[in-house]
Design a protein around this ligand. Sequence first.
Ligand SMILES: *[C@@H]1O[C@H](CO)[C@@H](O)[C@H](O)[C@H]1NC(C)=O
Ligand SMILES: *[C@@H]1O[C@H](CO)[C@@H](O)[C@H](O)[C@H]1NC(C)=O
Ligand SMILES: *[C@@H]1O[C@H](CO)[C@@H](O)[C@H](O)[C@H]1NC(C)=O
Ligand SMILES: *[C@@H]1O[C@H](CO)[C@@H](O)[C@H](O)[C@H]1NC(C)=O
Ligand SMILES: *[C@@H]1O[C@H](CO)[C@@H](O)[C@H](O)[C@H]1NC(C)=O
Length: 321
Amino acid sequence: MMIRSLLSVISVFLLFSLQINCVTFPLPGESPEQQLLKPNEWSYCDYFWNDKKDPQGTTSVAGFEVLLQKQLKGKQMQKEMAEFIHERIKIEEEYAKNLSKLSLNPLAAQEEGTLGEAWTQLKKSLHDEAEVHLKFSSKLHTEVEKPLLTFRCDNFKKDLKKYDHHIADLRKQLASRYTSVEKARKALADRQKDLEVKTQQLEIKLSNKTEEDIKKARRKSTQAGDDLMRCVDLYNQTQCKWFEEMVTTSMELEKLEVERIEWIQQHLRQYTTLRHETDMFNQSMVEPVDQLLQNVDPAKDRELWVRENNTGDVRPVDMDI
Ligand SMILES: *[C@@H]1O[C@H](CO)[C@@H](O)[C@H](O)[C@H]1NC(C)=O
Ligand SMILES: *[C@@H]1O[C@H](CO)[C@@H](O)[C@H](O)[C@H]1NC(C)=O
Ligand SMILES: *[C@@H]1O[C@H](CO)[C@@H](O)[C@H](O)[C@H]1NC(C)=O
Ligand SMILES: *[C@@H]1O[C@H](CO)[C@@H](O)[C@H](O)[C@H]1NC(C)=O
Ligand SMILES: *[C@@H]1O[C@H](CO)[C@@H](O)[C@H](O)[C@H]1NC(C)=O
């Protein structure tokens, strides 16, 4: 009786579940529908329970590894963005240097009058513009590049490794519990068969095995059943622990990813703000040039020039004889 009920527990364990890489899943359609832990959120904690097979189907990667790879990729993207901003800064610095150098160029320094004033202002505006670009580049450095570069730079990869080892250890434990279950199940089946054979032999008097032998076989069979129960129990406990750690850890990773995206978003916004300010600045920089260009007056310039450089206003007259 005892053995029969044990066997039914085992068959429940086997019939209504599906083992994939030592993890027990419900058979499709057999168990009541599972609800998502966080419906409508596409949460990490709901979608990475199975292992991922590579295209050839030869090796598989734990669902949790897929989440870790996403984190590493995010870290790499963040680093590459910082690198990109660094290149952007270099262009800005070089541009500023070129502008500043050009503003000192003596070309057309001799221009005179109102046109000369406008020209001087235009050259001066290059210097101011260079300043704006320098300021932009230095703000890009402190307010965009550096934050992108230093975000989670110290222990991030170490922390990921810790998560990785923690979950992988639990999976290893689960695999070893699973092996124990398999062994115990086989042992029970062997004991069952042994008992059956002995019982039959007694019935048809093929052997003069005594009742005592049969009692012994029955005891051993019961013991094997108990063993199996214990193994399944341990397996269930380990799987439960793995499940819980998977949920908390994957939600931790989910939180990290949300933070990463928001951090980058915030600093790219800072980039556009600074870039916008640069435009406004150089607008104001060319205004004085515009003003002086409006004041350019060819007549006035001629007057000025003639006053300074005239060579005499007494005109020639006809020769008298
Ligand atoms: C700065 O000037 C150099 C030549 O003097 C040129 O090769 C370079 O492309 C310029 N850079 C920028 C950003 O204008
Ligand atoms: C039954 O047991 C006796 C000894 O108790 C032995 O002599 C005999 O050979 C056995 N018979 C069979 C069929 O095993
Ligand atoms: C293992 O888990 C299954 C499913 O939750 C349960 O039916 C069974 O009683 C458990 N087995 C043991 C030995 O705890
Ligand atoms: C402002 O500077 C940019 C270069 O950074 C230039 O392309 C743009 O024409 C300037 N705007 C004005 C109004 O001078
Ligand atoms: C015109 O007069 C100014 C001031 O005296 C002088 O500096 C300049 O060289 C003169 N230009 C010419 C072409 O002589």
